[in-house]
Write a protein that binds this ligand. Structure first.
Ligand code: TYM
Length: 373
């Protein structure tokens, strides 16, 4: 989706994203209170990402829950493109996927698109993407997915079943559709043009592997949605249910504007950052504060544009009362930016420490999770 000031594609998110406008442009539905309530009933509680509106839109989530309630096999599918170290933004859909897996006891297919990152990035070799894939897989396992129900695979090492599914998809997608959906041009290499079929393939891989009827739900940020448009068009032609989707907003970078992105490392918090690096980045973050403490006290800050507040709000402070107090106190000039940064830095550092410990433990269980030919 492209308008005058923002771009949202699977490869680029730029500018101030208007999520209401995206809902219309992408033809998805807003996540309304009645669906959130259905999720709460099944999960026995609301994930902070739902409560605070980070997950904001969906496609046929009601139908997916209907299927589950009727006893149809409910499956989850999500993924990662291994072009570097994992950052906090990537974690958003994964944390939510774990919540859904726990609530609905689903099998989860986790695709690592090593082929995508090799094909789309002139600087990356197959060895480099394989190395990043190995590192990223440890982060994925560290999220805490159920080892009995989670199947992680990379496209270049689990090719046979995926390629078999991808050619069936590709036969129904014309170049003109791929071009209109993904913006390919005459200079795109032919691997890039085929790749969307590889990302669509896991929408149907459970059915392909087991011959079982299944309804798939894809949790991801909204940038990946174009793939599911193609997958949903093709599904009935292959005799499968259309995959449903549930989509998050982007966690912003620590600078002013734009999503957290590995290409601007100083404004992204990587799960591999040391405590000192993470604290330094938070301390340099963009806030809604006034230029001086005196002005801050007189005029108050603006939490609505503050990145530090947005991190506390969307992920790091689960206490509804505390977060509301932070908002009010900031506006009234009762808080200075240093205090909020301090609080966020502490929470981020604790989170990273816990993650590192879980990641160490994950090293012993990789084989349990990996699908191999
Ligand atoms: P990748 O590796 O770019 O991103 C992994 C997941 O993280 C989401 N994401 C974000 N979410 C919130 N805030 C951010 N700042 C942010 N940045 C990235 C992405 O939407 C994605 O869900 N081609 C895909 C890999 C893939 C995939 C999938 C993703 C293959 N199959 C199925 C989702 C679902 C990619 O390169 O993702």
């Amino acid at each position: 989706m492209e308008n005058s000031d923002s771009i949202v594609t699977p490869w680029e998110v730029r500018g101030e994203v208007d999520y209401k406008e995206l809902i219309e442009k992408f033809g998805v539905d807003p996540l309304t209170p009645d669906i959130v309530e259905r999720l709460r009933r099944h999960a026995g509680g609301l994930h902070v990402l739902l409560r605070r509106g980070m997950f904001f839109s969906h496609r046929e989530l009601n139908e997916w829950i209907d299927s589950y309630e009727k006893g149809v096999k409910a499956v989850l599918y999500t993924g990662r493109g291994p072009s570097g170290n994992t950052h906090l933004g990537h974690l958003i859909p994964w944390l939510f996927t774990k919540y859904l897996q726990d609530a609905f006891k689903c099998d989860l297919y986790f695709q690592i698109t090593d082929d995508e990152k090799f094909l789309f990035n002139p600087e990356l070799s197959t060895d480099q993407v394989a190395e990043y894939a190995k590192e990223n897989i440890l982060d994925i396992i560290a999220v805490g997915f159920d080892p009995e129900r989670t199947k992680i695979f990379t496209n270049l090492t689990y090719s046979k079943p995926l390629y078999n599914m991808a050619v069936r998809v590709a036969k129904h997608v014309t170049f003109s559709t791929a071009k209109a959906t993904f913006g390919f041009s005459e200079s795109s290499n032919i691997g890039m043009i085929f790749f969307p079929a590889m990302q669509a393939a896991p929408c149907f891989i459970h059915q392909y592997l087991t011959s079982e009827d299944a309804h798939v739900l894809i949790p991801c940020a909204i940038d990946q949605e174009p793939y599911w448009r193609i997958s949903r068009d093709v599904a009935p032609k292959l005799g499968y249910r259309k995959p449903a989707g549930v989509y998050s907003k982007f966690i912003p970078g620590l600078g002013s504007g734009g999503k957290m992105s590995a290409s601007i490392p100083d404004t992204a918090i990587f799960l591999s950052d040391t405590r000192e690096e993470a604290v330094r980045k938070v301390k340099n973050a963009f806030t809604g504060g006034q230029p001086t403490i005196r002005e801050q006290k007189e005029k108050g800050g603006n939490p609505d544009v503050c990145v530090v507040y947005s991190y506390l709000y969307s992920l790091f402070d689960e206490d509804d009362k505390a977060v509301a107090e932070t908002y009010a106190s900031c506006k009234a000039g009762g808080l200075i930016c240093g205090e909020c940064k301090e609080r966020l830095a502490r929470k981020v550092a604790e989170f990273l420490e816990d993650h590192r410990a879980r990641r160490e433990r994950a090293k012993g269980s990789v084989e349990k999770f990996l699908l191999r030919e």
